[in-house]
Design a protein around this ligand. Structure first.
Ligand code: FRU
Length: 449
């Protein structure tokens, strides 16, 4: 039963704990996905950058250690950051985390690679500007009009989440430019910021508020989530002016610290860490017994359609399809022994009722009068826990199921729901009810029978 929950098409470590995706980049024809990694055990006590490589975004090779915490200014963790290419070289930006007698100090650090195999730490360093706590981390860099810009997740001395801005002409020396974004509703800090232009006139700021004041007052557990805002960067005032409220990127249980990159097909792709687990859940997560914990989400393409941010699965996943079955009956059972599969339920019109249960009913999905309810058996309480999303017109469900992950794209990516789940059954029959007359289900197994 070893590694019984090992995923087929998700990036996960063979050992230790993985968290945030870092330094996502397509460089000299290959996709580089670095990530936060504790290679020793499944705790958060040690952090370096691990690396996975791919030519096609679906088949990955685990390269393992890439950047280690081996200097005075990163000795307590090579924390999250990003990547860019300049003059044929890869530049990586990360946060060096240090603690001296329990007192934290953070440095933004730079690494250069000519070949994507050797990573050389540079001497230059950015210290935290005045007015902020040492919770200053996760640099993200972009270029605009021959200048380089960097944003860093921050926390003001008044305990308000913020994002700081820096500018550079040579990628090595950086000057502080002030606060890029802040909002009094954010407390603790803003983790893993990312900023990009998605399409003409649509600029997106992604941010992970560690906690929100409103969460403290409600009965929702205090949990972090990945959010985004639409707005505009003003290069005169050096501020991001938001035009929307912060919204959640993913409606599911497990999605955090996403990062984006642009590939050579012009796609803006994001990848997240598939977790928002609390300590309790982490400790008793079934994979801990097998010596590893967590995985990354599938990469998804962002699109702006009808004034809404869509996240769509990459076409590359079609290459994983092995066997296809088609269903049109109102009720049905799809017999299945594969742990990795894709299910496309196309209603072709807005429907009223529908339900489907996956993984021996570990994962019920029920739609009724504008409400989509998605569940899993919580592995700590062993009880069903559900989330409800308001979906006015449900026309399509596109489900990607791996051994222990589920990603559900609703209405071609209008909403996405991501989660981990754990089920020991071999038989993973799928049962559905109330398929409409125009509806059709396509089932693709990713494993040869
Ligand atoms: C987000 C985060 C980042 C930090 C990293 C440390 O999950 O807390 O802010 O750089 O993880 O592993």
């Amino acid at each position: 039963m070893e590694n019984r929950h090992k995923n087929y098409f998700h990036i996960e470590p063979d050992k230790g704990l993985l968290n945030d995706p870092n330094g996502l980049i397509q460089f000299k024809g290959k996709y580089y996905f670095f990530h936060q990694w504790n290679r020793f055990d499944t705790s958060h006590d040690y952090k370096e950058w691990g690396l996975f490589l791919s030519k096609d975004l679906v088949n990955w090779t685990n390269i393992r250690s890439a950047i280690l915490p081996d200097r005075y200014d990163d000795k307590d963790g090579v924390y999250s950051g990003s990547a860019i290419e300049n003059d044929g070289k890869m530049y990586l930006f990360y946060t060096g985390n240090t603690k001296l007698n329990g007192v934290r100090k953070s440095y933004q650090k730079i690494v250069v690679s000519n070949d994507g195999r050797t990573f050389i730490k540079q001497e230059s360093t950015i210290e935290t500007p005045e007015g902020f706590s040492e919770h200053h981390r996760d640099p993200k860099v972009w270029k605009k009009d021959n200048k380089w810009w960097m944003i860093v997740g921050a926390q003001t001395n008044e305990n308000v989440g913020a994002i700081t801005l820096f500018q550079s002409d040579d990628l090595l020396t950086w000057k502080y430019q002030g606060i890029f974004y802040t909002d009094t509703i954010l407390d603790q800090m803003c983790e893993c910021p990312d900023y990009f232009t998605l399409t003409d006139g649509i600029e997106i700021l992604m941010v992970c508020p560690q906690k929100r004041t409103s969460d403290r007052q409600s009965d929702r557990p205090i949990s972090s989530y990945a959010g985004y805002l639409v707005g505009k960067m003003d290069y005169k005032t050096n501020k991001f002016n938001q035009s929307t409220e912060i919204k959640m990127l993913d409606e599911g249980f497990d999605f955090y610290a996403p990062q984006s990159f642009l590939d050579d097909k012009g796609r803006r792709i994001i990848v997240g860490w598939m977790s928002r687990m609390d300590e309790n859940q982490e400790r008793s997560c079934p994979t801990v017994k097998d010596g590893y914990l967590h995985c990354l989400s599938m990469p998804r393409e962002l699109k702006w359609i009808d004034n809404h941010l869509y996240q769509t699965p990459l076409k590359e996943y079609e290459n994983l399809r092995k066997k296809e079955q088609e269903y049109k009956n109102e009720y049905g059972i799809i017999s299945n022994n594969s742990k990795a599969f894709e299910l496309i339920i196309d209603f072709d019109e807005a429907i009223k009722d529908f339900s489907v249960s996956l993984n021996s009913n570990t994962n019920p999905i029920i739609y009724h009068c504008g409400k989509l309810e998605i569940g899993r058996i919580n592995w700590v309480t062993e009880k069903l826990e559900t989330k409800i999303i308001q979906v006015k017109d449900l026309t399509k469900l596109h489900i990607f199921c791996d051994s222990s992950t589920l990603e559900i794209f609703i209405n071609d990516g209008q909403y996405v729901f991501s989660m981990r789940y754990f089920c020991d059954e071999q038989n993973r029959n799928i049962e559905y009810k109330s398929l409409n007359e125009k509806g059709m289900i396509n089932f693709y197994s990713y494993e040869e029978e």
